[in-house]
Write a protein that binds this ligand. Structure first.
Ligand code: SF4
Ligand code: SF4
Ligand code: SF4
Length: 271
């Protein structure tokens, strides 16, 4: 990687993923994220936890491919922040708590976040999560192991993956690898690099045996960066509304904690 400012990226190849969840575990270990108490999830994918959260930055999901009422195949895929080249989340953050770094990763800064949650609403992939159970809640999401990259190491998930389903490199070199896989094995891959152009392009590039939209990714995304739209509309928001957003965040936290306490008391009564 000679050019320091060249955008770095991950290539996720579903056809190589065996669903071992090593990436999920190593992400938690490196970022010191707690485990989650889960209940059986019977929805699409059956995975636990069901979704990304403030303590799960990456999650391996599962999809059954059914044809004529028969199970034809199953696929695993890794979900996380797509690290947009022009991130909508950063464009709506009025205090600069989410920012695009020089060589690509979209990172956040705890000390600046006011909890307004506009970033959550703006993200086309529904990625940023709020720490609802924390006393001092913050927005959380994958930051592409920026701390490791700065020290010349590769992201924790990519280092752990035993099958090269996650590859790390510059965006340009990973696009070349993805194009080569698609053209040399046309029967194996759905002919599309997801993230090449969606919302202006992302640092996470996905190739797969089936369209990612069948696995729950948003359909018909524009190739125009959403940031250009969100930045225009957010510029008209007054500081009063921003303050209101932060106040609503605080109200939601208090309500959430009250509900938790009530649930706890109900459990004690039933003991
Ligand atoms: S996927 Fe969502 S959270 Fe991640 S950079 Fe893009 S807009 Fe931001
Ligand atoms: S890049 Fe780092 S923070 Fe992001 S999913 Fe991988 S291990 Fe987790
Ligand atoms: S570590 Fe690699 S093979 Fe294992 S679940 Fe993650 S992406 Fe798939």
């Amino acid at each position: 990687m000679e050019n320091k400012t060249e955008q770095i990226a991950l290539l996720l190849d579903n056809t190589k993923c065996i669903g071992c969840r090593g990436c999920q575990t190593s992400c938690k270990q490196w970022n010191n994220l707690s485990s989650e108490k889960t209940e059986f999830f019977g929805g699409a994918g059956y995975q636990n936890p069901a979704n990304l959260s403030g303590s799960t930055y990456t999650l391996v999901k599962f999809h059954e491919v059914v044809e004529d009422d028969k199970l034809k195949d199953w696929v695993f895929w890794k979900t996380q922040c797509q690290h947009c080249i022009n991130p909508a989340c950063a464009s709506v953050c009025l205090v600069g708590a989410i920012q695009k770094s020089e060589n690509g990763p979209v990172v956040w800064d705890d000390s600046k976040c006011i909890g307004c949650r506009y970033c959550m609403l703006s993200c086309p992939y529904n990625i940023p999560k709020f720490e609802w159970d924390s006393v001092m809640p913050q927005i959380r999401k994958c930051f592409l192991c920026f701390d490791r990259i700065e020290q010349g190491q590769i992201p924790s998930c990519a280092k752990t993956c035993p099958t090269e389903a996650i590859m790390y490199g510059t965006r340009n070199e990973l696009i070349e690898i993805a194009e080569d896989r698609l053209s040399s094995q046309p029967d194996k891959y759905y002919q599309h690099i997801y993230g090449l152009n969606e919302v202006g392009g992302t640092l996470i590039l996905n190739i797969s045996s089936i369209p990612l939209e069948e696995m729950g990714y948003p359909k018909n995304l524009t190739t125009e960066p959403l940031a250009s739209r969100t930045a225009t509309s957010i510029s008209s928001i007054s500081p009063v509304v921003v303050g209101l957003g932060a106040a609503l965040g605080l109200f939601a936290i208090i309500t959430n904690r009250k509900n938790e306490i009530a649930k706890q008391k109900a459990k004690e009564v039933l003991k």
